[in-house]
Ligand binder design. Structure first.
Ligand SMILES: Cc1cc2nc3c(=O)[nH]c(=O)nc-3n(C[C@H](O)[C@H](O)[C@H](O)COP(=O)(O)OP(=O)(O)OC[C@H]3O[C@@H](n4cnc5c(N)ncnc54)[C@H](O)[C@@H]3O)c2cc1C
Length: 157
């Protein structure tokens, strides 16, 4: 009997882990999103509507043996995951891959593809109507504005 592994989160890390483990163990991938979202392309999808189609990749076919369960983990303990639907899954191993959160549009904040497309379209329309733009990099991100870098003597001239 093969080991039971629950992977919580189907982003880049969780999807890769589930796929790698799939041939060897009994994998269940738990992910609330309808599709994998290629978030690296999310900002581009705001300005280029063609990309709003490209960043959603179905989970069908990701796993040959295991299953993808559309749900959210509410509680994780050693060997047990309780889902928002009320189901409780037991496992020999749990992989936590719940990732990071950024405000929209850097990360898509709705779980279904149609809603996400609509959100991107609305953001695209707002950008298309804009008459100016403001670039802001929060200090916490580690990025530096040219003005701050100059103050710190880090700007190459
Ligand atoms: C605009 C943008 C551009 C980026 N560009 C790059 C780049 O060029 N190169 C690079 O290396 N990195 C880039 N990154 C960073 C990269 O996206 C993250 O490092 C990456 O997403 C981390 O992957 P992850 O699998 O750990 O988490 P995530 O991709 O955040 O995936 C986590 C998953 O867990 C799911 N989840 C969360 N909570 C639960 C729960 N309770 N139950 C079940 N599932 C849950 C989420 O729905 C999500 O699908 C970029 C990020 C953004 C936002």
């Amino acid at each position: 009997m093969s080991a039971k592994v629950i992977v919580v989160g189907g982003g880049y890390g969780g999807a890769a882990a589930a796929k790698a483990l799939d041939p060897a163990v009994d994998v269940t991938l738990v992910e609330p999103r309808e599709t994998f979202v290629h978030h690296v392309g999310a900002l581009r999808a705001v300005v280029d509507p063609a990309w709003a189609e490209r960043i959603f990749l179905p989970y069908d076919g990701l796993l040959a043996r295991g299953t993808v369960r559309r749900d959210r983990a509410e509680e994780v303990t050693a060997g047990r995951v309780r889902l928002a639907s009320g189901a409780v899954l037991d496992a020999d191993f749990v992989v936590l891959a719940t990732g990071s959160a950024y405000p929209f549009p850097a990360k898509i904040d709705v779980p279904d593809r149609a809603g996400a497309r609509e959100r991107l379209r609305a953001a695209h329309d707002a950008v298309a109507r804009a008459t100016g733009c403001c670039c802001w990099a929060p200090a916490r991100s580690g990025w530096s504005s040219p003005a701050r870098s100059r103050r710190r003597g880090r700007t190459r001239r």
